[in-house]
Design a protein around this ligand. Structure first.
Ligand SMILES: [Zn+2]
Length: 366
């Protein structure tokens, strides 16, 4: 039922439209035009999220959310897709952007198939967000109170088609500034408090990396100092902590803050801390109707189903927290966020077939 050639063409077209996070205006309008052409009612919200709705075709059922994101990670532009042995790569100098344009292409293909073949489907709500790679920025700005869906499918994972991601961690975004005292590094260093030294001691002492099976943390950015010969009075540290257990996350974040507090006190420096919960953990089970629906669709296509825990948040965290429980499915993308990112055409087709089967099985015929 899926038209492989059309699906691949759609994907290649999308990949060639630059859309790093914060620069989604062009692709947003392109996607809106495509949804309009498919007869959906569309709108772009104040931050650039594209929302499209189509009533049920030839059937009934609860509103079903299909969500993907239109931004690509980092700043890469001018992406040139290359097909080798049935696998789509970039030319090796950039990411491919299969994360998440393979998801967008799958949604467009499914909508096209439903329309051209007059297939029954439930009312569908399409949300294509901006800024997902910035920490679910678009989804967090979305007016979720206007969502009509009972449940949803987010296309934003890799791995075998039968892997269904049904849980995700909470994440704390941790921004710290160590304030020291500047001084001339040669003439009177004893008058200074070296903020880089304070930060270094704290980072060396804090928990880092994998903490346990469901808990991790990282220091990702450090910025500070102004000149070789000035004792630095300021250093900024940006990190994160994640866990699928909120109590563990709170304890970990508290430990990190305490470690920095101790180091700054030891040196007479001052700590400015800013912690924000970016998204909140959730866990669905095979009892949840959306899990049942997608799992049954996958089995009907011959896939072995595994319910998996995700290591990262997706827009599904936001929708689930807003009362629209979401399963995250694989689009077939692999090695995302690297120049080796790729997607096998067979996997892209399999993910799209799963989406189509799940959408069709959500129809109530009455
Ligand atoms: Zn993604």
């Amino acid at each position: 039922m899926i038209n492989q050639q059309r699906l691949v063409q759609t994907f290649l077209d999308l990949v060639r439209i630059d859309s790093p996070s914060n620069f989604e205006a062009e692709i947003g309008l392109h996607l809106q035009a495509r949804l309009d052409a498919l007869g959906l009612e569309t709108e772009i919200d104040a931050v650039g999220n594209l929302v499209g709705r189509t009533p049920a075709g030839q059937g009934h059922g609860d509103w079903l959310l299909l969500s993907t994101h239109m931004d690509t990670v980092g700043v890469d532009r001018g992406i040139q897709p290359v097909i080798r042995d049935g696998v789509i790569y970039s030319d090796g100098t950039t990411i491919l952007g299969a994360d998440d344009k393979s998801g967008v292409a799958a949604v467009l293909e499914v909508l096209t198939v439903l329309q051209e073949q007059g297939l029954s489907h439930p009312p569908l709500e399409i949300v294509i967000t901006v800024g997902e790679e910035l920490g679910l920025y678009g989804a967090r700005q979305l007016d979720t109170s206007r969502l009509r869906s009972r449940y949803g499918i987010v296309l934003d994972a890799g791995g075998p088609t039968g892997n269904l991601v049904v849980s995700a961690p909470s994440q704390d975004n941790i921004r710290l500034t160590v304030h020291g005292v500047s001084a001339h590094a040669g003439a009177e260093p004893e008058k200074g408090i070296n903020a880089i030294r304070v930060a270094a001691e704290a980072i060396a002492a804090m928990p880092l990396g994998r903490i346990d099976a469901e808990t991790t943390c990282n220091v990702g950015i450090i910025e500070g100092g102004t000149a070789r010969n000035i004792v630095p009075d300021r250093v900024k540290i940006i990190g994160e902590a994640r866990s699928r257990d909120n109590a563990k996350l709170e304890a970990l974040t508290a430990t990190i803050l305490q470690t920095f507090q101790d180091a700054t006190e030891r040196h007479g420096a001052r700590l400015e801390a800013n912690v924000a919960r970016t998204y909140t953990t959730y866990r669905l089970t095979e009892e949840d109707p959306i899990v049942q629906l997608v799992a049954n669709a996958a089995r009907s296509l011959g896939h072995e189903v595994h319910l998996r825990a995700g290591g990262g948040g997706t827009d599904g965290n936001i929708y689930t927290a807003a009362g629209v429980p979401c399963v995250v499915i694989s689009t077939g993308m692999a090695d995302v966020h690297t120049p080796n990112e790729h997607i096998a055409i067979a996997d892209m087709v399999a993910g799209t077939e799963l989406l189509l089967a799940a959408v069709r099985s959500a129809t109530r015929n009455s």
